[in-house]
Design a binder for this molecule. Structure first.
Ligand SMILES: Nc1ncnc2c1ncn2[C@@H]1O[C@H](COP(=O)(O)OP(=O)(O)OP(=O)(O)O)[C@@H](O)[C@H]1O
Length: 317
């Protein structure tokens, strides 16, 4: 089965507040789906419902073919869930906590020991095994949570801000761990860090006000920006008019504008691929005897896509 997570019409009301409003999505084996959204968007609520820790007001979550509401044990057996915040049982040591979780998961004897040792190694917990969880730094507490989520090597992982509180090296390690596991699992990761999407996610959804507003690869999301694949020129001269004249009516290129956010010129995407427009730009400037300071294809930033989509719901797809 390749579809490992299927959410359909998931909805949750808290009193008069609709925190999650009809979210549908699916994640296949081999995919890491990023959940992006501003604070209060409904990411955690969606993940809790998908993981079977919160009952939906409407809709359905299916994990590895098991309905979370009607087959909760089978669904939870296939799932590793990292909730937000620190693990419960803060007076336990990581070692004691992982043994406890292994017992809950039905792992015994050698199988339990092997699973615990693997989870400890993968999350690099060896140096804090004997200290109460409550006394650990936020980063270590996060790693204990991650270790319990992956303990039974489940085919589905739902990870609520797995890199929250980690230092840059630890973030890098956790992203590498997710990437290493990705081929064999279906993974949902929520994050506020947009670079994390490009680093570990094969696809991302943008959620705001409880609704799913976009779903695509980083490249597809970036393609929503008007300047994605525009050609950006830095000029040696402050007078951009000669270059603008040379670039007017470029074959395959779009309009030429002065960027609002800097100097130089921008040739907006036209009908030709960016590489061809770039070649035409260089040729036209060469003919006019203009040597640019820099020339590059603008990709745009996921931050800008995020801001556009979450600021204006009419942008939704
Ligand atoms: N148990 C609850 N009771 C009442 N309201 C809740 C409850 N849990 C969440 N909410 C509200 O539902 C909305 C969505 O919250 P949620 O935690 O899912 O957002 P989020 O996208 O995960 O935000 P963040 O990025 O800040 O963690 C918020 O307005 C929140 O205050």
């Amino acid at each position: 089965m390749s579809e490992m997570i299927a959410l359909s019409g998931l909805t949750r009301w808290f009193g008069p507040l609709c925190a999650v409003d009809g979210i549908s999505l699916s994640v296949n084996k081999g995919e890491v789906l990023g959940f992006l959204g501003p604070n209060g968007a409904g990411k955690t609520t969606t993940m809790r419902m998908a993981a079977g820790y919160l009952e939906p007001s409407a809709g359905r979550a299916v994990i590895a073919g098991h309905d979370v509401a009607t087959q909760p044990l089978a669904a939870k057996a296939a799932l590793g869930y990292l909730p937000e915040g620190a693990p419960a049982y803060g007076d336990m040591t990581p070692e004691g906590f992982l043994k406890f979780v292994a017992g809950v998961r039905g792992l015994k004897g050698e199988a339990a020991n092997t699973a615990i040792a693997r989870a400890i190694a993968r999350t690099d917990l060896a140096e804090v095994l004997g200290r109460p969880i409550d006394t650990l730094s936020k980063g270590f507490r996060r790693r204990v949570g991650l270790a319990q989520a992956i303990l039974h090597d489940p085919p589905v992982l739902i990870l609520d801000e797995p890199t929250d509180g980690l230092d840059p090296n630890q973030k890098h390690e956790v992203r590498r761990l997710i990437a290493d596991m990705a081929a064999e699992k279906a993974i949902i990761v929520s994050t506020h860090i947009l670079e994390e999407v490009e680093a570990v996610c094969s696809r991302a959804v943008i959620i705001a006000r409880g609704r799913l507003l976009a779903d695509g690869t980083a490249e597809e999301l970036l393609a929503r920006l008007p300047h994605h694949n525009a050609i950006r020129l830095g000029l040696a001269s402050e007078d951009s008019e000669p270059a603008r004249a040379a670039l007017a009516d470029l074959p395959g290129g779009g309009a030429v504008e002065v960027p609002a956010e800097g100097d130089g010129l921008r040739v907006l995407p036209g009908t030709a691929p960016p590489g061809d427009v770039m070649a035409a730009v260089m040729a036209a400037l060469g003919t006019a005897g203009i040597r640019p300071r820099e020339v590059y294809v603008e990709r745009g930033r996921l931050d800008d896509v995020f801001r556009r989509i979450t600021a204006d719901p009419a942008d939704a797809a």
